[in-house]
Design a protein around this ligand. Structure first.
Ligand code: PLP
Length: 387
């Protein structure tokens, strides 16, 4: 059976060209970049080249780029490290549509007395500058709003939000895990103080990420230990991971336009195919079609009277056909909870639970899309006839 992978917002395979760059640094060039001898120094030179490359692609200074173990660590380190120096101010502005890697550290900050204020999305799921402006106050300690939403693909008004924060001298963090390498991310143009990124969403290895910390930002290290990363993140550097990150980001930049065009084509084919071929039920697209990235599509399926399909069962049935998609549901104490993103944009639990997320990658083909819709028709027909 063929596997059709349509879950690239969850993770991507390693690009062979990335693997090639990494391999020698796992075997013969295994030095610790912190070692004084030549084997260590060879690794160190490569790491600094990689840092320069990443900084250049982000329009940052090399000293502003810190390697971490991934997006989750970066989100935690930025949020905890920025809040630690904001004792006088008590409010954190974020949105309910953030990744849990942002929401949960913010939740923990409540124990230090911080309060969370949610900026409201406009109905399709975009966080606007106005929504943030409505919540800003003298008590705001930090604003954290993601660039591209991982479940519905909406692109938020990051540049405008950053400008609002800059005017008021409020630190601004953006989780750019889903935008890096997909749409332009220029830290100076966007006006970010902090960003988080991850390699495995862009055909790089799992377990390596970055944070950008603008020079002059008030922030203190969260992970302390050795003197690595100029004492801002202790721990032996993942040298092959660092080199893989830089290569993956470089390739993503080189191929951004081609990939985007490819995803637009696949997306419009998917829309046409659903229109023409799906007779089993009705559906709705969740998220903003005009202001979204083309490779993330979130769809709810329901019958004429609005009863949603069981999204979890749909996912499993598609898996039996070899198709990998996801839904944002989380298993909490034995029961399936609907995606916090979908309920956050106002969907009823039933509709939210009837959705799947399709996220395209560069190797997906038009044939994959046709196969998906054909299988959707079969599976949904069966599911609705049993319901
Ligand atoms: C995947 C993801 C993360 C987590 O990154 P990891 O490297 O897997 O820890 C954080 N934020 C968003 C938006 C993501 O999509």
């Amino acid at each position: 059976m063929r596997t059709i992978y349509l879950d690239h917002a969850a993770t991507t395979p390693l690009d062979e060209r990335v693997l090639e760059v990494m391999l020698p640094y796992m075997t013969e060039n295994f030095g610790n970049a912190n070692s004084a001898h030549h084997l260590g120094q060879q690794a160190k030179v490569k790491v600094e080249d990689a840092r320069e490359k990443v900084a250049h692609l982000l329009n940052a200074e090399p000293a502003e780029v810190i390697f971490t173990s991934g997006g989750t660590e970066s989100d935690n380190a930025v949020i905890k490290g920025a809040l630690a120096l904001q004792k006088g101010k008590s409010k954190i502005i974020t949105s309910e549509l953030e990744h849990h890697a942002v929401l949960h550290p913010i939740e923990m900050a409540k124990m230090q007395g911080f309060k969370t204020v949610f900026a409201e999305p406009i109905d399709c799921g975009t966080i606007t500058a106005k929504a943030v402006a409505d919540k800003l106050s003298d008590e705001t300690a930090l604003v954290s709003i993601m660039h591209v939403n991982n479940e519905i693909g909406c692109v938020n008004e990051i540049k405008e939000i950053a400008a609002l924060c800059r005017e008021r001298n409020i630190p601004f963090h953006s989780d750019t895990v889903q935008s890096l390498g997909k749409i332009p991310v220029d830290v100076k143009d966007l006006g970010l103080d902090f960003l988080s990124g991850s390699a495995h969403k862009i055909y790089g290895p799992k377990g390596i990420g970055i944070m950008y910390i603008r020079n002059g930002s008030r922030w203190m290290p969260w992970m302390t230990g050795g003197s690595q990363e100029r004492r801002r993140r202790g721990g032996t550097l993942n040298v092959p991971g660092v080199l893989g990150f830089a290569k993956a980001l470089e390739l993503a930049h080189d191929e951004m336009e081609a990939n985007t065009n490819h995803y637009k084509k696949l997306r419009s084919l998917l829309m046409d195919q659903l229109n023409e071929k799906l007779t089993a039920c009705t559906y709705r697209i969740n998220g903003n079609e005009e202001n979204g990235v083309p490779h993330i599509i979130n769809i709810s399926f329901m019958d004429e009277v609005g009863r949603g399909v069981d999204g979890e069962m749909l996912l499993l049935n598609l898996d039996i056909e070899g198709i990998c998609v996801s839904n944002g549901s989380a298993c909490t104490s034995g029961a399936m909870e609907p995606s916090h993103v979908l309920t956050g944009i106002g969907l009823q639990d039933g509709v939210a639970k009837s959705s799947i997320r399709i996220s395209f990658g560069k190797k997906n083909t038009e044939e994959d899309v046709r196969f998906l819709v054909e299988k959707l028709e079969g599976v949904l027909t069966r599911m609705f006839s049993l319901a």
